[in-house]
Design a protein around this ligand. Structure first.
Ligand code: CGF
Length: 822
């Protein structure tokens, strides 16, 4: 693989780069150096970068076509891409060259990068994982396409009004987006609604003809995905919905102007907005239509590409792999069956055998509320032909698999059936995924074990070889090389340029873990990153914090199982200790939160409110002499994470054991030298194995202990009455101390932890968590020890490179060959 840090593929020097930027400013943007806004300079810089991307994209596509390569198609309802300018420059190995070119034009590249809106087409970990994966697929030189939805509005923009989350529409494409290309030549027409006619052919052959009630046009937008080194440039193809030329002239001609537009408006709503739920199913008809729309567009696109070089489907499964990123694209299964049987005329079993070889499924959560099930009546109306096919798959499965293994066992049948027979009857998308896919994987070792043992035990008995694990990873290009350039330069200076391509090369750093000189260099960079963040915090929240304090960071979606409420409870107890004893000896600490709550998730929004209200009182309380600060950063997103993560000292990974499937923020923070305080949950377990128990701070109940405590009956009141500090802290929420004049406004959190049973065992883990924070406090005060721990963390997380995850998928599931793009 070409290492662009050694020799960029495009050897542009700064003068040539500058020339190109000015050329595009004048000819592409139609303005001049004197008049140009920062937005225009940014777009001109992007146009210059696109020249190189498009060239490699064309070579990549031509080579893949010539070599008729097998490819993986990553179907995901979410791609949380963030910004692309810096990432694309680093992957071309031209970031510094571009920076110098712009300097000559009295411009700051970092400044221009701030002009770029995040491409926030995802909710959290699942969407960001998809983005890291397509970066790794291109970097490793595998033929791959990402397929998803071209949402006009991504994840809502979060504003904090008087401490409360307020959602505002995201408009990432307001002034156009330089990184996408519309491909009208590949438009698709997608049927919906209507009815199915059974046609009996003269050869007594039964054929199904679907008479759709509506046709939607699918317009593809391609985003070039350049790998590190720019050898391979794959595409991410996102589908926008538009009214097909199904304009109702009759209605129009009868003056029904608005109605004739109705179709258009309705069609466009399909890709209008991302559903902002993380781990809870939306259950809305539009959500099912969104899922079907992008899956059908993508499969028709794959079919069109395949038929360019094939006349029958014998090679289809050998050429095409489709990864289902959770159950959101499950509808792709009956859609491929429909296309193969109804449109290509294949036999049922032939089509079924192809589907089994083509599809594989990744499960990302055990939360029951996240496992999608759709009412049968909705399928009957929206996708009548697909419902028929699902019934056929179910009948085939129950007869040939379940009955064979568990003859006449209706209980097991009821459990494994794709159809949940309770009223109303529902289609279980996860069961359809497991029954069809040749491989099913979880996203961390403990999670994959629980997927087999707790979520799908009977399926595991039926097909033990079908279940495997692929622990998540993150791309070190964005999450180290691009977001923490000073640390990246130190690593390159110390171990050479190989590490962005082979993160295990950083193991070399461990040799310097006790070296005071290296420790100073490492921690000076951490301090400088913290000083940069101090300015961002001041600008975004008005809060003054000191870079000498411990930066303790919890950044992830707001969910009770992720236990931001446990972090808050500990802050309340610390605050009370300082009020009771101002000499209480702790190293100053800044608790930083970044988190969005699903708009309909009441308790989650209350927790955000409580963090802000408690923070307000603490931050302005002179009695504690600034020893404690609480900062809630509004509008947490990928580009903000890139500023927070390099400045983190402590990484909060405190979910109830057994609930966080993996986590990926934990990997990014450890990679940037933060020390994890965490439970033995998800990938925290594997991080602790890699860095060593001495270099992280583990606390709390294990997965088994959580199960046992819940089994024997857990009462949070026991902990409330047994621990005076817990009691005082929770009783504080009944008062108006944090909400002057509005007593009890924060009571819903106390209720969720007591009256409603504390589902996620926050009180049960409090004492252990508190003790863990005291360990953090003493460890941080031992500067040499802390520096060593930070260096060991950065040196030991090579495993969590998304390149390794992709290699695991290739070896266990996709069986792809790299394709060298000359
Ligand atoms: N949906 N979903 N699941 C998640 C995340 N919330 O997006 O997927 C992520 C990506 O696999 C996991 O890291 C995380 O633990 C899990 O909760």
């Amino acid at each position: 693989m070409v290492n662009p840090m050694e020799k960029p593929l495009f050897e542009l020097d700064k003068d040539e780069f500058k020339q190109e930027i000015v050329h595009h400013l004048r000819t592409t943007l139609g303005t001049s150096e004197k008049k140009a806004s920062k937005q225009a300079w940014w777009m001109a810089t992007c146009a210059t970068i696109n020249q190189m991307l498009f060239e490699r994209l064309t070579s990549t596509q031509q080579t893949h076509l010539q070599k008729d390569t097998r490819a993986v198609h990553y179907f995901s309802a979410e791609f949380l891409m963030g910004r692309l300018t810096a990432n694309n420059l680093h992957n071309l190995g031209l970031y510094k060259t571009c920076e110098e070119a712009l300097k000559d034009l009295n411009l700051e590249l970092a400044d221009l990068c701030e002009q770029e809106p995040d491409m926030a087409l995802g909710n959290g970990g699942l969407g960001r994982l998809a983005a890291c994966f397509i970066d790794s697929l291109a970097t490793l030189g595998y033929p791959a396409l990402g397929y998803g939805l071209h949402y006009e509005h991504g994840l809502f923009r979060q504003e904090i009004r008087d401490g409360r989350q307020v959602e505002r529409p995201d408009s990432w494409r307001e002034y156009g987006n330089p990184w996408e290309i519309c491909r009208p030549e590949s438009v698709q027409e997608i049927p919906l609604y209507g009815y199915v006619e059974t046609v009996f052919g003269e050869d007594c052959q039964v054929r199904k003809v679907w008479h759709p009630g509506r046709i939607i046009k699918g317009v593809p937008w391609d985003i070039p995905i350049v790998g590190f080194g720019a050898q391979t440039v794959n595409i991410l193809r996102l589908w926008e919905s538009r009214a097909s030329n199904f304009f109702d002239w009759d209605v129009f001609n009868h003056g029904g102007y608005v109605d004739s537009q109705k179709e258009k408006a309705e069609a466009e709503t399909i890709s209008k907005v991302l559903y902002p739920n993380d781990e809870t199913e939306a259950g809305k008809e539009l959500r099912l239509v969104q899922q079907y729309f992008f899956c059908a567009c993508s499969l028709k696109d794959i079919m069109r590409r395949y038929k360019r070089t094939h006349t029958d489907f014998k090679e289809f499964a050998a050429q095409i792999a489709v990864q289902l990123n959770d159950t959101h694209p499950t509808i792709a299964i009956p859609e491929l069956m429909r296309e193969l049987i109804d449109e290509e005329g294949l036999e049922w079993t032939e089509a079924w055998n192809i589907c089994k070889q083509v599809f594989s499924y990744t499960n990302h959560t055990l939360l029951p509320e996240a496992l999608e099930t759709w009412p049968v009546y909705l399928f009957e109306r929206v996708l009548p032909r697909h419902l028929e096919i699902i019934y056929e798959i179910n009948a085939y499965f129950l007869k040939n698999e379940v009955d064979a293994k568990w003859p006449a066992n209706n209980e097991i049948k009821r459990k494994l059936s794709i159809i949940d027979e309770s009223n109303p009857r529902r289609v279980r998308m996860a069961n359809l995924c497991v029954i069809t896919s040749h491989k099913v994987n979880g996203v961390a070792e403990i999670h994959s074990k629980l997927v087999k043992e707790d979520l799908f035990p009977e399926f595991n008995q039926l097909w033990p070889d079908k279940f495997c694990n692929v622990t998540n990873g993150v791309t070190p290009r964005r999450w180290l090389l691009s977001c923490n350039q000073e640390l990246a330069d130190l690593f390159t200076e110390t171990v050479g340029t190989e590490w962005p391509l082979n993160l295990d090369a950083l193991r070399e750093l461990a040799k310097y873990a006790d070296d005071p000189v290296f420790q100073k260099k490492f921690m000076d960079i951490k301090l400088h990153n913290k000083e940069k963040l101090v300015k961002v915090i001041k600008a975004e929240t008005g809060i003054d914090v000191s870079a000498d304090a411990i930066f303790d960071i919890q950044i992830k979606r707001l969910h009770e199982y992720k236990r931001q409420q446990l972090n808050l409870l500990h802050i309340l107890v610390l605050y009370r200790r300082l009020l009771l004893n101002p000499e209480y000896d702790i190293h100053p600490r800044v608790f930083i939160f970044g988190s969005k709550a699903a708009p309909g998730y009441r308790v989650a929004k209350d927790i955000i409110y409580a963090i802000n209200k408690v923070g307000e009182r603490i931050n302005d309380d002179p009695r504690i002499k600034g020893k404690l600060k609480v900062v809630f950063m509004p509008n947490y997103r990928v580009s903000l994470a890139e500023k927070l993560i390099p400045a983190a000292d402590v990484s909060e990974q405190i979910s109830t054991a057994g609930y966080e499937a993996s986590g990926t923020g934990n990997m990014k923070l450890a990679m940037n030298g933060a020390i994890t305080i965490g439970t033995l949950d998800g990938a925290n377990i594997e991080i602790a194995e890699e860095v060593g128990e001495d270099n992280c701070v583990i606390f709390g109940l294990t997965v088994e202990e959580v199960k046992e405590l819940k089994a024997r009956g857990y009462s949070p009141w026991d902990y409330y009455y047994a621990n005076a500090e817990i009691k005082s802290a929770l009783d504080w929420l009944d008062t108006d101390y944090f909400t002057p004049g509005r007593p009890g406004e924060l009571q819903s959190i106390k209720k969720s932890l007591l009256d409603y049973g504390d589902t996620y065992l926050t009180l049960a883990d409090f004492a252990s968590y508190d003790e863990a924070h005291q360990r953090i406090n003493s460890l941080y005060r031992d500067k040499a020890r802390w520096a060593k721990m930070a260096i060991i963390n950065a040196a030991s997380v090579g495993k969590f490179n998304s390149d390794r995850s992709i290699q695991d998928y290739v070896r266990q599931i996709w069986h792809l060959d790299k394709c060298d793009i000359s």
